[in-house]
Design a protein around this ligand. Structure first.
Ligand SMILES: Cc1cc2nc3c(=O)[nH]c(=O)nc-3n(C[C@H](O)[C@H](O)[C@H](O)COP(=O)(O)O)c2cc1C
Length: 201
């Protein structure tokens, strides 16, 4: 299963268009997927209560808040590949990513006596793909934004070892809200890679 997670708050924006192409492409290749838009989920900020981090072992901690975070985590852990599609906002991934990172404390063991958390040991092999859209040219995104560093924080507890980055630039103006021929070619490459037999094994 593939999870496509769209972090954009904007309906019918460029990330929605990218995710439409990905969904149609995966369906055409008979690859099972789940499409998640975080704007449609209720994911509350972490309250720093730390209760999810008190029990040792492999099992994920339990958050006392009941919202859609549990379902999102289950979907990610069921996936062999997770694609995150996100606008660059204020030189980073959008703020919902910070909320996700804090709520991912369930992946850590951090007893009250200890200075720092330890990530729970779990055997997993999830491929990660980060797609960003930005007003900046794509080539500038790794240089002047924190997006890759932030994505690595997300990838670490999930034990995502293989990460690919795709930065779609010049998407800042109203007239840029279309996918170019080159964008379509890049998306086809992503789709063909995901559908390749080696990754399906
Ligand atoms: C609040 C806000 C902050 C933004 N910050 C940046 C930025 O730091 N760098 C950049 O290149 N583009 C920035 N942009 C432009 C967005 O990245 C661009 O409009 C986005 O890729 C559109 O995606 P969407 O249509 O899915 O929302 C910003 C846009 C907004 C609304």
């Amino acid at each position: 299963m593939i999870s496509i997670i769209n972090l954009s708050q904007r309906v019918h924006g460029i990330n929605d268009r990218i995710c439409d192409v990905l969904q149609k492409g995966l369906a055409a290749r008979n690859v099972g997927f789940r499409y998640i838009t975080t704007r449609d989920l209720t994911i509350r900020p972490c309250t720093n209560c730390r209760s999810c981090m008190q029990s040792p072992g492999e099992e994920l901690g339990t958050c006392p808040m009941s919202d859609d975070m549990g379902e999102l985590v289950r979907s990610i852990l069921d996936s062999r590949c997770v694609i995150v599609s996100a606008p660059i906002n204020c030189y980073d991934l959008p703020s919902i990513m910070r909320v996700l990172l804090e709520r991912m404390s369930i992946f850590c063991y951090w007893p009250d006596e200890s200075y720092s958390p330890v990530i729970r040991v779990m055997q997993r092999s999830i491929k990660g793909i980060l797609i960003t859209t930005s007003a900046l040219p794509g080539i500038m995104v790794p240089l002047v934004t924190r997006s890759r560093k932030t994505f690595k924080l997300f990838a670490k507890p999930l034990k995502m070892t293989r990460i690919d980055y795709h930065h779609f630039g010049f998407k800042g103006r109203k007239v840029d809200m279309v996918l170019t021929e080159k964008d379509h070619r890049d998306l086809m490459k992503i789709l063909n890679q995901i559908a390749a037999p080696a990754l399906n094994a």
